[in-house]
Design a protein around this ligand. Structure first.
Ligand SMILES: [Fe+2]
Length: 190
C-alpha cells in the first residue's frame, strides 16, 4: 500500500499466527525469550516479547519503506545510547503505543506514522546538552526552559523528511497532557 508520499507502508492489519504458543507460558511463542507477567503482544493466541511483536506488526515492507524504518530505528538507538539506555527504551515506547493505537486506528499508513512518531518521540533531545540530559535530581527553571523545547526540535528534524510528515506531529505533541499541564502548547483534551 502506498501513502501520499509514494512510500510503501507496512500492512499492520495482517497479524501472523503462531499456533504453538500457549498464553499461560512465560516464554515468547516466537523466539522463546522470557516475557514479563503482562503480555505485550498476543498474536494468534500466543504471547510474544516486544521485539517479536514489533517485527510482526511491521510485516513485509517494500525496500524504500524498509530503508526508512532502518533509519528511524538507528536514530532511536543512537538517542537511547546517549541517554545511557539499553537501546530498548524507544522500541518499548513504540511497542506499547502501537498496542493502543491499533484499537483506534486501522489504516496501515496512519499506524506507521504513529509507530515512527513514538519511536522518535524524544529525537529533539539530541540538542539538549549532556549536563541537562543526564542530570540527576530535579530540573530548575532554566533546565525546564531548555527541556520544553525538545518536542519542537524533534518536529523540525522530522519535518525535513516528507515521509515522516504525520510522525512529526506525534513528536510535537508527545509531552501534551489531557489536563492541559503538558507542553509546548498546553493543549487540553486530545
Ligand atoms: Fe519527551
Amino acid at each position: 500500500m502506498d501513502n501520499d508520499n509514494g512510500v510503501t507502508t507496512m500492512d499492520l492489519s495482517q497479524e501472523k499466527h503462531f499456533s504453538e504458543g500457549h498464553p499461560e507460558s512465560l516464554g515468547c511463542s516466537l523466539c522463546g525469550a522470557d516475557v514479563p507477567g503482562f503480555a505485550v503482544g498476543m498474536i494468534g493466541g500466543g504471547r510474544c516479547c516486544e521485539s517479536c511483536y514489533l517485527d510482526c506488526c511491521k510485516g513485509d515492507t517494500g525496500a524504500l519503506d524498509q530503508a526508512y524504518q532502518d533509519f528511524a530505528e538507528a536514530l532511536a538507538a543512537a538517542l537511547d545510547l546517549r541517554e545511557h539506555e539499553t537501546g530498548q527504551h524507544s522500541k518499548r515506547v513504540a511497542c506499547h503505543t502501537l498496542v493502543l493505537a491499533r484499537r483506534f486506528i486501522s489504516e496501515p499508513a496512519s499506524l506507521l506514522q504513529v509507530y515512527w512518531g513514538a519511536l522518535l518521540h524524544d529525537v529533539g533531545k539530541i540538542g539538549i546538552p549532556d549536563s541537562l540530559l543526564l542530570k540527576q535530581g530535579p530540573l530548575d527553571e532554566d533546565d525546564w526552559a531548555l527541556m520544553r523545547g525538545h518536542p519542537e526540535s524533534g518536529r523540525r528534524i522530522l519535518a525535513a523528511m516528507p515521509a515522516f510528515d504525520a510522525a512529526a506531529q506525534v513528536v510535537l505533541c508527545h509531552e501534551e497532557r489531557y489536563d492541559g499541564s503538558g507542553y509546548p502548547a498546553g493543549s487540553h483534551g486530545h
